[in-house]
Design a protein around this ligand. Structure first.
Ligand code: ZN
Ligand code: ZN
Length: 260
């Protein structure tokens, strides 16, 4: 069974009925759990309302680095993050590729999220692009010994992946790995140990080959898994089993919800 470790179900352009069908399609393909990731604390309540009826969907809480116009205070973030249904903090992080001009506010927000992760003992979901040094340095500087997490939709260097793995982080790979242009990423994925890998769709964005150009959806995590299994020289089942186990090791609160 597969897990889509990172999707934005509230951002799919779908009615509630269509979303239910989308999740059913994924379940039929063997996807057993979905982590629906928050990008704006102001949208948290409406995101939760869209997915809370589904037993196999868990949620995070945070402000995406590119949504700083919707930034919130440390206190407001902590208040939501403490809620029992929240299994992770994020997505947070640094993106200097798309928004170098908001660097200062991104840094402040990222540190707030790390502090909230420490306070709540919930794992971090980190988005990082063209900000390798600052991301790793801030994690080293601010994270508590018990705080872990994932670098999601990873497209950076092996060196950065290894630095994160040393801090007990996981590396999540999206459909980008199937893109023609992703030769470097493929080499990185080959070198990351299987017991540190997660898979995701980042729906509704980044549909994997052969669905490029379409709206992405959680069921397509199967194509991501198939592609990575071939790269790693393991069976799809083996890749599914290990990435699913990794997911529940990292996001232990999601497991409790699934078992309930
Ligand atoms: Zn992201
Ligand atoms: Zn995302």
């Amino acid at each position: 069974m597969f897990v889509d470790s990172h999707c934005h179900l509230d951002r799919l352009k779908q009615s509630p009925e269509e979303l239910a069908e989308t999740l059913n399609f994924a379940r039929m393909r063997g996807v057993e759990h979905f982590l629906c990731v928050c990008v704006s604390v102001g949208d948290y309540d409406s995101m939760l309302a869209a997915v809370e009826q589904f037993e196999d969907v868990s949620v995070s809480c945070g402000v995406h680095p590119l949504h700083q116009d919707e930034a919130c205070s440390y206190e407001a973030l902590l208040e939501k993050a403490l809620r029992k249904e929240v299994v992770a903090i994020g997505e947070t992080g640094l993106d200097y590729f798309y928004s170098p001009e908001s660097k200062d506010i991104q840094l402040t927000s990222f540190v707030d999220h790390i502090r909230v992760a420490n306070e709540t003992q919930k794992p971090l979901i980190i988005h990082t692009r063209d900000a390798r040094e600052d991301t790793i340095n801030l994690l080293r500087e601010h994270k508590a010994a018990h705080t872990k997490g994932v670098l999601h939709c990873f497209t950076e260097s092996l060196e950065m992946a290894q630095a994160a793995i040393e801090m007990d982080f996981y590396i999540s790979i999206s459909g980008i790995v199937t893109f023609n242009s992703a030769d470097e990423l493929r080499e990185v994925v080959k070198a990351i140990p299987l017991d540190r890998l997660l898979i995701e769709t980042d729906s509704p964005w980044l549909a994997p080959v052969p669905h490029r150009g379409k709206q992405n959806q959680p069921g397509y995590v199967v194509e991501v898994a198939e592609y990575i299994a071939e790269l790693k020289g393991v069976s799809v089942k083996e890749l599914a089993d290990i990435t699913t186990r990794n997911f529940y090791t990292m996001f232990s609160l999601a497991e409790k919800k699934n078992a309930a």
